[in-house]
Design a protein around this ligand. Structure first.
Ligand code: IYR
Length: 225
């Protein structure tokens, strides 16, 4: 591989196959059509999924760009039923309070069409839970390492993760229990890590219904200059 020193640091040559404009249009259209089939699913089949699939999905998420390439993320992969139960109990405890007293009426009205409640059976039924932690700073040999753009970096990694889950033929729900400090305790994460998202993953249940929602049109989301 070709290498070059830039300011004393080794750089490697980067090459990608060149696509024709027609191929680019075709591939981008295909990718969009496929991603447009993704839906958030809250009902899972308990059928097991090979662990390699989840490892590949997490590796894909970990290819995301990050501030100064610090890769400020940890993905906890949970298949152990007793841990899933602990997470479900703690999440439902918080959600019960949220739905009954923390969430304002307009928020609950906005969630009505989606059919969400404080009950989270998917936290036990999905064969895997991925709990994404953001590392506010790194720790190496007892030294604090500065991380940059942590929320942006971990958000992008979660986008890759969700796309990879869909691409593998699986489904997920981006669950955001709030507050979610209980995840740090159950999973015994160090002080520099904070929970970011909880993503149950699995096959959708055989007969699954999802809300009849529609995505914004190109005109609604794009402003051309
Ligand atoms: N965290 C709660 C409520 C909730 C909030 C949003 I924003 C959603 O899109 C869906 C649910 C829960 O997970 O039920």
């Amino acid at each position: 591989m070709d290498k070059k020193l830039i300011e004393g640091f080794e750089h490697v040559r980067y090459e990608r196959p060149q696509l024709s404009p027609e191929e680019m249009i075709e591939r981008s259209e295909q990718f969009y059509q496929d991603m447009d089939q993704r839906r958030t699913v809250r009902e899972f089949d308990t059928r097991p999924v090979p662990p390699e699939v989840l490892e590949n999905i997490i590796l894909t998420a970990s290819t995301a760009p990050s501030g100064a390439h610090k890769q400020p993320w940890t993905f906890c992969l949970i298949s152990d039923l007793s841990i899933k139960k602990k997470i479900r109990n703690a999440a439902e405890e918080e959600e019960k309070t949220s739905y009954s007293s923390r969430m304002p009426d307009n928020w609950k009205a906005d969630l009505k069409p989606l059919g969400t409640t404080w009950e989270k059976p998917f936290l036990e039924e999905a064969p895997y839970l991925i709990v994404v932690f953001k590392q506010s700073y790194g720790m190496e040999n007892g030294e604090k390492i500065q991380h940059y753009y942590v929320n942006e970096s971990v958000g992008i990694a979660c986008g890759f993760l969700i796309a990879a889950i869909h691409q593998a033929g699986l489904a997920a729900v981006t669950h955001t229990p709030s507050p979610m400090n209980f995840l740090s305790e159950i999973l015994e994460r160090p002080f520099n890590e904070k929970p970011y998202l909880l993503i149950p993953v699995g096959y959708p249940k055989a007969e699954t219904y999802v809300p009849d929602i529609h995505r914004k049109s190109l005109e609604e989301v794009i402003k051309k200059f």
